[in-house]
Design a protein around this ligand. Structure first.
Ligand SMILES: [Zn+2]
Length: 115
């Protein structure tokens, strides 16, 4: 994810301070929505360690005491990401391109296949 997006998130939500983002820009909007929901249920010890992409789905690793509400919110957005192109944020679906599974729209798929 680009640095501008990462800085935006880190300036607004303490739990992104040391997060390792290994995803494309298209999921920025759902990450922002998720952060707003998390903000209401977590304390200052809650941290997001990593957000990455696996098999076309967002995977979130957190560091905190057990917090069922936070866990449910993360799960909900991991499922949401499975319908959103990770490159541009419009509707996408799971597809294999260049031996890697992405959640991707047909426009971005065509771009990637040409690389
Ligand atoms: Zn796309």
């Amino acid at each position: 994810m680009n640095n501008q997006f990462i800085t935006y998130l880190q300036n607004r939500f303490h739990f992104f301070n040391n997060t390792y983002f290994e995803i494309e820009d298209g999921w920025f909007e759902i990450i922002k929505d998720m952060a707003l929901e998390l903000n209401d249920v977590v304390d200052k010890n809650f941290k997001i360690f990593e957000i990455k992409q696996k098999y076309g789905s967002m995977r979130i690793t957190t560091f905190s005491d057990y917090n069922k509400q936070a866990e449910d919110i993360c799960n909900k957005y991991e499922i949401k990401s499975q319908d959103i192109c990770e490159f541009c944020g419009i509707y996408g679906e799971q597809k294999t391109c260049n031996n890697w599974v992405y959640c991707i729209c047909s426009h971005c798929e065509n771009k990637i296949r040409r690389l």
